[in-house]
Design a protein around this ligand. Structure first.
Ligand code: HEM
Length: 320
């Protein structure tokens, strides 16, 4: 039986909204009419902040990653705790997220509220700022869909089990990412973010004396660097000791030489599931950049809220 043209059209529309339910209202130029200065304000804020505080890029990439993996990229990581609610950012694994990254989002939000009040979500600010920072420190550019809403719930109790720890076996890290739809290859590519930034001594100190995967001279140097750690818990070391401030593929090359910092970084090289990708990325920076960009694009829409499932917060640190 032939279907009338109008009926077919309706069927197609409702089918397409079933295929991409959470992305249906996103677009690359979401703010082109409602906030034409969006890109410019993000870029200016990012540039000023990164120049005055060069650790902002790495801190923001990690902040974004920790936001996304716990219930989606919905800015729930930015919310402050209240006497009635212990928020995500106060879960122990998030306590080391740096103030500069939170400050960057606050600055961008303040500037955007002046230009286009009640329009831009904190989740979109964090996603776009992360991309601009990756590019600014030498990494690949990728497109970021916009139109996320901010979530009204942020609970520290949601965090455990959703973020990887360096002491986890690689099989556990792989299954944690797999449960969120990320392949082994995507997980390895994303982990290439450890080409920038640093880790506190407490994250790797206990391995320095017994882990045979370290280059011996590197292990000694790390023991020295962390010697005062009990007195000074802020002591930290670059994740990529060769080119710490440059987003490149050297992190992967380090791994084969015993110059990885975290136990999980060594795991990427030693596990037979992840090792082939580490080797490819160590040899081929273009391939790493391509896969990283694609995986970041995918991460940036993970679990997002659109429409009435979220809100535009007035302040990124407080639910309206
Ligand atoms: C695969 C499992 C992963 C584990 C076990 C892990 C663990 C860690 C740990 C323990 C630190 C040190 C934090 C500190 O001491 O302040 C760190 C830093 C960092 N991580 Fe990961 N991470 C993983 C994957 C990722 C992914 C997928 C990304 C981003 C897409 C990422 C981005 C970063 C960045 C940029 C830093 C440096 C932060 C800074 O300098 O402030 N990590 N990671």
């Amino acid at each position: 039986m032939a279907m009338a043209k109008g009926q077919l059209f309706l069927v197609l529309i409702s089918f397409s909204s079933l295929v991409y339910p959470s992305q249906s209202r996103l677009s690359y130029n979401y703010y082109s009419k409602s906030c034409p200065s969006f890109d410019k304000i993000i870029q200016e804020t990012v540039t000023n902040k990164q120049i005055t505080s060069p650790s902002t890029a790495a801190g923001t990439v990690r902040l974004f990653f920790h936001d996304c993996l716990v219930n989606g990229c919905d800015a729930s990581i930015l919310v402050s705790s209240t006497p009635f609610n212990s928020a995500e950012r106060d879960a122990d694994i998030n306590l080391s997220l740096p103030g500069d990254a939170f400050d960057l989002v606050t600055r961008a939000k303040t500037a955007l509220e002046l230009s286009c009040p009640n329009t831009v979500s904190c989740a979109d600010i964090l996603a776009a700022a992360t991309r601009d920072l990756v590019t600014m420190v030498g990494g690949p550019y990728y497109n970021v869909l916009l139109g996320r809403k901010d979530y009204r719930i942020s609970k520290s109790s949601y965090v455990e089990g959703n973020l990887p720890r360096p002491t986890m076996p690689m099989s556990k890290i792989i299954s944690m990412f797999a449960a969120k739809g990320f392949s082994v290859q995507e997980m390895v590519a994303l982990s290439g973010a450890h080409t920038i930034g640093f880790s506190h001594c407490k994250e790797f100190k206990s391995n320095l004396y017994n882990d045979t995967h370290y280059n011996q001279r590197f292990a000694k140097a790390l023991q020295n660097a962390c010697a005062d750690y009990p007195k000074n818990p802020t002591l930290s070391v670059f994740n990529d000791i060769m080119t710490p401030n440059k987003f490149d593929n050297v992190f992967f090359d380090n791994l084969g030489k015993g110059l990885g910092l975290l136990e999980s970084d060594h795991g990427l090289y030693n596990d037979p599931m992840t090792n082939p990708f580490v080797k490819i990325y160590a040899k081929d920076e273009n391939r790493f950049f391509k896969d990283f960009a694609r995986a970041m694009e995918k991460l940036s829409v993970y679990g997002i809220k659109t429409g009435r499932r979220g809100e535009i917060r007035h302040r990124c640190d407080a639910i309206n």
